[in-house]
Write a protein that binds this ligand. Structure first.
Ligand SMILES: *[C@@H]1O[C@H](CO)[C@@H](O)[C@H](O)[C@H]1NC(C)=O
Ligand SMILES: *[C@@H]1O[C@H](CO)[C@@H](O)[C@H](O)[C@H]1NC(C)=O
Length: 177
């Protein structure tokens, strides 16, 4: 039952896709680079929020999450971050979008990455500074997302200080598998 719900969500989402980002990179891990030694070198892994909804949680030093970068052409530098949902029967490539968060019961200015079927896909770049989500700066924060309190990647608009006091500044590097 649940898998058929996921399948129909995904079928709907596939019909909504407009720009095709079908040139796909090799898989990579995403690893934090921070002045904070507790999180430096720690990998991001997919954490489950709901049916076909996965966040980017901060995990162990064992890289559990494998991501890919999809672009429209081989030479494009901007694209979308993708992750494969495997429901045991089929695999679905999902794009990373952004979801709002709460802090202390109030809406926070920190948004978090979320992979889900209807995601338009935030614009992502990779350069020598690592992964950049366009117009955002990256942190690790305790976030409250869809009712879950976890330590995740967090983003604020460029120049905006997080109003969530748990946020720690970090860069995010890709390490090819
Ligand atoms: C990414 O590209 C691959 C290869 O073309 C494609 O199968 C997949 O559906 C794309 N993912 C997204 C979310 O567009
Ligand atoms: C480093 O990160 C840890 C874990 O998120 C946090 O508890 C600690 O307060 C941070 N240290 C500094 C100096 O910010």
């Amino acid at each position: 039952m649940r898998q058929s719900i996921i399948a129909s969500i995904l079928a709907f989402a596939a019909s909504q896709v407009t720009a095709q980002t079908t040139v796909q990179s090799a898989p990579f891990y995403l690893v934090l680079a921070s002045d904070n030694t507790t999180i430096n070198g720690v990998a991001i892994y997919p954490c489950h929020y709901g049916a076909a909804q996965e966040g980017m949680c901060i995990g162990s030093t064992v890289a559990a999450g494998q991501y890919q970068f999809n672009t429209t052409t081989a030479s494009a530098t901007s694209g979308i971050l993708t992750w494969v949902l495997d429901n045991g029967q089929q695999q679905y490539s999902l794009a990373m979008g952004l979801e709002s968060t709460n802090w202390n019961g109030q809406e926070s200015n920190v948004v978090v990455p979320l992979f889900q079927p209807d995601s338009v896909g935030a614009t992502v770049d990779f350069d020598s500074d690592g992964m950049t989500v366009e117009t955002y700066q990256t942190y690790v924060c305790e976030t409250e997302v869809l009712g879950f309190l976890t330590q995740t990647l967090g983003l604020t608009s460029a120049g905006v200080t997080p109003n969530n006091p748990t946020c720690i500044s970090t860069a995010v590097n890709r390490v090819f598998v």
